[in-house]
Design a protein around this ligand. Structure first.
Ligand SMILES: [Zn+2]
Length: 321
């Protein structure tokens, strides 16, 4: 240390010591009543992606929730994730893909029609500085209400009035079939009726795509049947980078990535859903591919590592662009 440095250093110390003698002003920091914005941006090749949070639904679950695991095993898995027993937190995060030429929204949130704690998607569009009218294309993964309700308000008005809506053809064929609906009961019956509420009067405008095809620029539909008959994931490619939007293939990472063979009652065809889940988890783990998943904790993106018994979700770290 030179003499000059030492003098500067000592002066600094003296100033600090002096400051400590002055009593601090009383802190006045009332608690905020709302959370910060649910917006997280990241880049993939030349595309910019925006994770837009819609909220969370705390779903009570019982011992029948997983067909092939006991209630105690499920509660142990929740405890291992530091979550309370008997409740599954299901968050909703829609993914907006800006290709540079098009704005593509993958799934649409709940429009406040599922849980009081969800329905903030449009607030987060606003926070992100994006006008819902600017969305060009909506891609739907499947017809469960938490993925399609955001197409319309409760009163039937389109929320993204200029967007073309594209849906998996096998999903459309299953849910819009009256013979299938007549056989359904309970919640599944309600899903049939809800699909009609959303799609019936706009049926002529809805594009139906075949999984395996490119459904928007750089976005390829990938069959992931089982959760529902036409449940679809989306591989997004830009430049030399790719990622997989897994939709509901895994649903909750602490239950179904760690225990990929578990069959929740949400999966309409349990064994087929397990096959899709394992196939996709294997692919993204082997390729070290970035993933996004609609119900994962916000911002719902990260990576998947293979473990001895299953897979582990490694969330992305918040970082500046
Ligand atoms: Zn879902």
């Amino acid at each position: 240390m030179t003499a000059l440095d030492r003098r500067t250093f000592l002066t600094g110390s003296v100033l600090l010591a002096g400051a400590a003698l002055t009593p601090p002003a009383a802190a006045r920091a009332p608690s905020a009543m709302t959370q910060g914005s649910g917006v997280y941006r990241y880049n993939l090749g030349n595309y910019q992606l925006t994770a837009l949070y819609d909220g969370v639904w705390y779903v009570p679950i019982d011992e029948k929730f997983v067909r092939n695991a006991s209630g105690a095993e499920v509660n142990d898995a929740l405890a291992a994730a530091f979550l309370p027993a008997g409740t599954l937190p299901i968050s909703f995060t829609a993914l907006l893909v800006n290709t540079g030429a098009k704005l593509v929204l993958i799934d649409t949130g709940t429009a406040g029609q599922i849980a009081d704690t969800a329905g903030s998607l449009l607030d987060n569009f606003k926070a992100a500085g994006i006008d819902p009218k600017a969305v060009d294309t909506i891609l739907i993964s499947h017809f469960h209400p938490d993925h399609i309700d955001g197409i319309k308000t409760k009163d039937g008005a389109k929320i993204f009035p200029n967007a073309e809506i594209a849906v998996p053809e096998p999903e459309w064929d299953f849910w819009m079939d009256d013979a299938n609906m007549s056989k359904a009961e309970g919640a599944v019956k309600r899903y049939f009726l809800n699909a009609r509420r959303i799609f019936k009067d706009i049926a002529g405008e809805v594009r139906r795509f075949k999984p395996g095809s490119e459904v928007a620029p750089g976005i390829e539909a990938v069959a992931a049947y089982g959760h529902t008959p036409g449940h679809t994931a989306f591989a997004i490619h830009s430049g030399n980078q790719s990622m997989l939007a897994m939709s509901d293939t895994v649903r909750n990472p602490y239950l179904f990535a760690r225990h990929p063979d578990w069959q929740p009652v949400f999966d309409m065809d349990g064994p087929q859903a397990v096959e899709a889940r394992r196939r996709m988890l294997d692919r993204v783990a082997a390729d070290r591919m970035l993933i996004e998943a609609y119900h994962f904790p916000f911002p719902a993106c990260g990576h998947i590592a293979k473990t001895t018994g299953g897979y582990e979700f490694v969330p992305t770290e918040w970082k500046p662009l």
